[in-house]
Ligand binder design. Structure first.
Ligand SMILES: NC(=O)c1ccc[n+]([C@@H]2O[C@H](COP(=O)([O-])OP(=O)(O)OC[C@H]3O[C@@H](n4cnc5c(N)ncnc54)[C@H](OP(=O)(O)O)[C@@H]3O)[C@@H](O)[C@H]2O)c1
Length: 262
């Protein structure tokens, strides 16, 4: 995720020399220096000492250790902290970094890797408008970014867009299998499904109409699409999707409790 963010920022015109990156593995740092021309150091505290914005992109399990390590420098610089770690609450971050720290917590998703991500952000009361713009600009380098008013909404965001790419892969997987079962080759089935998913997403993004209107527009009465849609609906498709997303949201809440300090 950090590599995607850096690549996105550089591609959108930011100088690589403004970016400092730290990691525990020397080979990763070397690769960042060679590939992106960013500044590197194995010392978290050193890079934070000069930073205006610190993006925390380590696994949630190591965030406590890293936060406690950099807390004195964050406090001294009054730097903005942007955390992309899933499931770590602002209460936990504030406890580790210091109560007055300006913190933006984000939930990005994997399409950020191809600069088509969707990120929701939530700011604590210590974040000023300029810092909000900064955080939004960083995440916008890898896709769209939206603010949520209540931190609790990030659990729903996790269930919708965080885990969402996998739901579409599941649909693609099932359509591909059905196509093969009907006699198409795997290659043909895959290409048809992939391009259809891309086309549908493009139409949905570019149109002002709702998914319901778009679906109705391509469903002729008595035609093939109607037959398929009726089969989905009669078998509880919408209820199943709702149940799946609720289960993901519950799991997100549960994991936050296990990972955090609050
Ligand atoms: N991937 C996603 O789709 C996604 C979506 C939403 C949110 N996130 C969040 O994004 C964060 C990063 O995810 P990721 O998939 O990019 O993880 P990742 O590939 O494991 O990247 C984390 C990097 O942090 C480095 N690191 C570990 N300990 C460190 C320390 N003490 N100091 C400095 N660097 C350290 C790791 O280095 P070594 O492994 O070499 O030690 C690794 O290069 C996670 O918190 C995750 O919850 C990810």
């Amino acid at each position: 995720m950090a590599t995607s963010l850096m690549s996105g920022l550089i591609a959108s015109g930011h100088s690589p020399q403004q970016i400092w990156v730290s990691d525990t593995t020397p080979a990763i740092l070397q690769a960042h220096r060679d590939n992106l021309n960013v500044n590197v150091s194995p010392d978290n505290l050193k890079i934070v000492q000069e930073a205006e914005v610190v993006v925390l992109a380590v696994k949630p399990q190591v965030l406590r250790e890293v936060s406690l390590q950099i807390a004195p420098a964050i406090k001294q610089k009054e730097a903005l902290v942007v955390s992309i770690a899933a499931g770590i609450s602002q209460t936990s971050l504030a406890l580790w970094l210091g109560g007055n720290t300006a913190i933006v917590r984000c939930m990005p998703n994997t399409p950020a890797l191809v600069l088509t991500g969707a990120t929701a952000l939530h700011a604590n009361p210590n974040v000023n408008d300029e810092q909000k713009d900064l955080a939004e600009n960083i995440l916008r380098a890898v896709g769209i970014s939206l603010w949520v008013d209540d931190e609790g909404e990030l659990d729903a965001v996790t269930a919708v867009s965080g885990s969402g790419p996998a739901y579409f892969f599941l649909m693609m997987e099932a359509m591909e299998q059905a196509a093969v079962d009907m006699g198409l080759t795997e290659h043909t089935a895959r290409l048809l499904v992939q391009q259809t998913a891309l086309g549908a997403a493009k139409i949905a993004l570019e149109s002002a109409e709702s998914p319901t209107q778009l679906r109705e527009r391509v469903t002729s009465p008595g035609g093939t699409t109607q037959k398929a849609i009726e089969t989905f609906q009669q078998n509880g498709f919408a209820e199943l999707v709702s149940k799946a997303l609720s289960a993901a949201r519950e799991r997100s809440i549960e994991m936050s409790k296990q990972l955090g300090a609050d």
